[in-house]
Design a protein around this ligand. Structure first.
Ligand code: SF4
Length: 403
């Protein structure tokens, strides 16, 4: 596979494997990423494993694994999609054209799977976004078994007694989810504790990977970085032990690699903020222009508490991360990353049609512009195929300008 042969997102992953032929660890991570959805569907169809479509990040992941079920990230179906799949959402379900492409891809994929033997349960989350709320309602009508937990929101002054009430409320919500998953409100606390420890262990290991990447900025290129962190760290591609083994191997590879002074001199450190789309060509453009994505705002690095009962630990983690004014907190994280990495620029990325994220991006762009930190604000889509030439030209021009 050569760069000129790429027609689809799966081709990008194959190309990425070739680029990383020196690293068994990165190849393993890319294999896991590629096989995630098909393997989970196969295990479900063969009756070897229970599986549900879910957001597959945050508190849901430890709960679902603790209930002996695979969380299958529905957003990962984006890379299996194309324009035809998007059109199902627009033409058949009458989603307005301007609706976020991530949602349209997901709806199209679920439509194609209706009344088949594949995974037919969806764990939604009413705190996500309006287009997805609509998608889940439609899929209920189409025969899917859909469950949504209630909205989670913590106002700016909510502390003390009021916060404890919210935590008690969410603990009950988590038990409701367990009941939907297994028919039993009780959660095996030992299993959940194992999952929380796994999550904390992996969060710590991935921090180590990111630290090592500062010495070896080109070892894990941009697409592999995004897949390893965005999906891998969140839900382990449905195979927790294999993912962790690959991360251990990667740490060993990075630790044993001699530092290349020339690489450190020529690298253009960048921070990525916002969503991580399926337009894999953007990552390739960053690599070709000499950039390295060394900081990512969207990676959740907050540990879960291990000093409280496990269900309560999940609820506290949610409310610790769900404060109002999150755009400003996220900006602080971005600024910290920029300072730590001595980043030369920020790439702000979001999906066309996502109104709330575009407000955050515009706010960040203005703030960093005033501080003299260059940024580029990209809006992309979720469908597969090559990104538009205009986006690639802008990305390359931006990174080369920073050189
Ligand atoms: S990008 Fe925005 S509109 Fe699209 S799924 Fe995410 S939150 Fe919803």
């Amino acid at each position: 596979m050569e760069i000129e042969d790429i027609q689809s997102q799966r081709d990008y992953v194959d190309y990425c494997k070739k680029v990383h032929s020196y690293s068994p660890a990165i190849n393993k991570i890319l294999d896991l990423s590629e096989a995630y959805v098909p393997d989970a569907e196969k295990a479900y169809q063969e009756g070897r494993k229970k599986a549900v479509w879910s957001n597959a990040y945050g508190w849901e992941v430890p709960v679902i694994y603790a209930c002996d079920t695979i969380p299958v990230a529905f957003s990962e179906m984006g890379r299996l999609s194309d324009r035809e799949v998007m059109l199902i959402a627009e033409d058949y379900y009458q989603f307005p054209v301007e609706t976020c492409s991530m949602v349209k891809c997901t709806v199209g994929q679920w439509h194609l799977r209706r009344n088949t033997s594949t995974i037919n349960r969806i764990l939604g989350n009413s705190s996500a976004c309006e287009p997805y709320n609509l998608a889940w309602e439609i899929m209920k009508r189409e025969g899917y078994d859909v469950y949504n937990n209630d909205v989670v929101y913590r106002g700016p002054t909510v502390e003390g007694k009021r916060l404890e009430e919210l935590i008690r409320f969410f603990v009950e919500q988590i038990h409701d989810v367990a009941e939907w998953l297994t028919g039993n409100r009780q959660i095996d606390e030992d299993k959940l504790r194992v999952e929380i420890r796994r999550k904390n262990r992996l969060l710590t290991k991935l921090r180590t990977v990111l630290d090592l990447r500062r010495k070896h900025p080109f070892y894990v290129r941009s697409l592999a970085t995004i897949l390893m962190l965005n999906i891998g760290l969140n839900n382990y591609f449905g195979k927790p032990e294999e993912y962790e083994a690959a991360i251990d191997l990667l740490i060993a590879e990075l630790e044993n690699k001699p530092v290349n002074a020339a690489d450190l001199k020529k690298v253009i450190p960048l921070v990525w903020a916002g969503g991580t789309g399926q337009e894999f060509g953007i990552y390739e453009a960053i690599d070709q222009a000499g950039g390295a994505l060394l900081g990512l705002r969207s990676v959740p690095f907050k540990l879960y508490r291990e000093d409280v009962p496990p269900v309560e630990s999940l609820a506290r983690w949610v409310y610790d991360n769900a404060g109002a004014g999150a755009g400003v907190y996220a900006r602080n994280v971005l600024e910290h990353e920029v300072d730590k990495l001595k980043a030369r620029g920020i790439i702000l990325y979001g999906y066309i049609g996502c109104s709330f994220a575009s407000v955050d991006r515009e706010m960040w762009r203005k703030y960093f512009h005033e501080k003299g930190i260059p940024s580029i604000n990209l809006e992309g889509s979720f469908q597969t195929g090559a990104p538009s030439g205009q986006v690639l030209t802008r990305v390359k021009a931006f990174v080369e300008m920073l050189a």
